[in-house]
Design a protein around this ligand. Sequence first.
Ligand code: NAD
Ligand code: MG
Length: 389
Amino acid sequence: MKRVSIFGATGSIGQNTIDLIKRAPSEYQVVALTGGGNVRQLAADARALNAEVAVIADPARLPDLRAALEGTTVECAAGASALQEAASRPADWVMSAIIGAAGLRPGLAALAQGATLALANKETLVAAGPLVMSEAARHEATILPVDSEHSAIFQALAGEAPATVERVILTASGGAFRDWPLEKLEAATPEEAATHPNWAMGQRITIDSASMFNKALEVIEAREFFGFAPEQIEVLIHPESMVHALVGHVDGGLMAHLGAPDMRHAIGYALHWPARAPLPVARLDLAALGKLTFADPDPARYPALDLARRVMHRGGLSGAIFNAAKERALDHFIARRIGFTDMARIVSAVLDRTDAAPGVVDAEFTLDNVLNADHLARIRTDEIIASRG
Ligand code: NAD
Ligand code: MG
């Protein structure tokens, strides 16, 4: 039996992971399930999967969790230190599907106990790539990418010599506003931004798809995970979301990975790796589809992509700053304190300010300094927004 833990079990990736586990319950022993605040979902899954421990991030919800799991053997816990403890429990495979930088510490704890980390939480690599990769190497832990694009690249690279890779292309649907007139974007609402043409995902990543901040994070994620140079990583708009990524080799060949837009493919690939197993995802009917289309992203519509380039060239802790400023700007957009197009302007202004304070960006790459840069970026974001009146 494979011992598995799922961090962010109540979210979109978490629920897709649980769907796969529930289809073969005799193959898995569930160690830890965690959620942010949704006690009902967490308790129902912990019961159904007979988890060892259920952890709710919000300590105020612990009494509810205990009540919901009364009469079971599932241990209940709450708060950040309980998340750490749960991540330290021996498991063979740990799904990292908390959203945001909050996923970093549990991910590091899972690596420290040598687990295979299925990494959906791209923020972990954006904020702390060098630290995370060196911790994985130090503990002989494996990281498997779960982002669809990165899983696609990982699969396309299998059996290839890394040195023969010339470039990689990440595809992007273009999000909710791909075809909107540019002048309308300023007034776009969180509800409008949170509708995705192809993928069913959590609210935050869906809005990040509309702004292309999601792809900006993914470009940095690709650099940190695979070690590509910034110039090797390209982005193509592909409205059908059937080709997830392409790998170009020195001989001019392009290896594409295609599949239906269903995260259970990337999750299932990581769950069964290095084997392949049947997965309950729709099969593509290319004839019915007829054609696949591609276009270059318009920098005026998607300024986040240029910000990602800037971050990669600046290096140091600028990824942590970029991610934190983005998370905070997104909070303010969801709360309707700023407009949709303000997000990129504000993140850019935070990068300007922190670049001017090199002690932060160029500090040594330790967990404390990453968390400090993250914290500072959130304060700067709030300051910049407050100063706009
Ligand atoms: P989601 O918002 O649906 O779920 C997030 C999960 O994290 C929930 O269980 C939530 O309760 C928990 N959580 C939120 N804040 C927390 C905190 N501070 N502490 C502890 N737990 C907290 O998000 P999602 O769409 O499932 O995305 C999860 C991660 O996977 C993100 O990093 C996202 O970028 C990545 N990802 C998602 C998709 C997708 O299809 N949804 C695809 C690729 C990558
Ligand atoms: Mg993705």
